[in-house]
Design a protein around this ligand. Sequence first.
Ligand SMILES: Nc1ncnc2c1ncn2[C@@H]1O[C@H](COP(=O)(O)OP(=O)(O)O)[C@@H](O)[C@H]1O
Ligand SMILES: [Mg+2]
Length: 267
Amino acid sequence: MFVATVQHEEIPLAGGDVTGGVVRVGDTVRRPCRSSTRSVHALLRHLEAAGFDGAPRVVGVDGRGREILSYVDGVSAPRPLPAYAVTDGSLAALAVLVRRFHDAAMGFVPPPRAIWEAGSNDDAGPELIGHCDINLDNVIFRDGLPAALIDFDMARPTTRLFDVVTALRHWAPIADPVDLEPLQSSLEVGPRLRVFCDAYGLAARDRRGLLDLARLRFDRSYHAMRTRAVTIGGGWARMWENGAGARIRRACAWLETNQDELHAHLI
Ligand SMILES: Nc1ncnc2c1ncn2[C@@H]1O[C@H](COP(=O)(O)OP(=O)(O)O)[C@@H](O)[C@H]1O
Ligand SMILES: [Mg+2]
């Protein structure tokens, strides 16, 4: 019997800053493997078993040594950012998505000798494997709302609060006004911190420490990114040359100036 095999073409997926060679092939995405891929796959398999539907599924590794993940239907936010990406509704939906991810990740036991990407972190002991890179490019929207997290390359042991801080840095956003996208300029950051924390259900103790941890994170991320730019190069070096370090410094200074006013919205 003749069986038709569908030869899918490889469609480059732009949008991320770092990983070269991300392509869509039919219903799958192919990405280069890295030393942490085996551990990340264990996490993604755990999320699937736990019933969390907001992450790609692991399909395997292809003949060219690339990881195969399911293609997540939806859209990622293009630039300039569209209106749906900056609404309070999107922010609240993201918080619910991150909360569901965290609750599902709590039961994950990493495989023996798990390898995770190094990066900046909290001083508090790790509670779970967090995503650690919840920026606007790593979220898939459906019907104008965040529906899934992608790109778990930076996942590593951390705290819930550290992931929350990373999400808010990009999504509130905690940034100097000179670095904002046009549609972000009119956002009220203080009230948006609260929208996220309420939708996530963040504990009072964590709300009290959130902005101090954000400042610590800025400082550590600056050094971590500079190290990556020098030691890894590639997309990291490009981001650094494009002013990523200066943007972190400006964001931290802006936060310091506005911290008391922002904090008032969290208590
Ligand atoms: N599993 C997936 N489903 C749908 N789109 C994806 C998936 N993985 C990646 N993409 C698309 O490809 C882009 C770049 O991929 P990403 O894994 O985020 O690479 P990078 O490490 O460079 O950030 C994403 O912003 C998204 O648009
Ligand atoms: Mg990405």
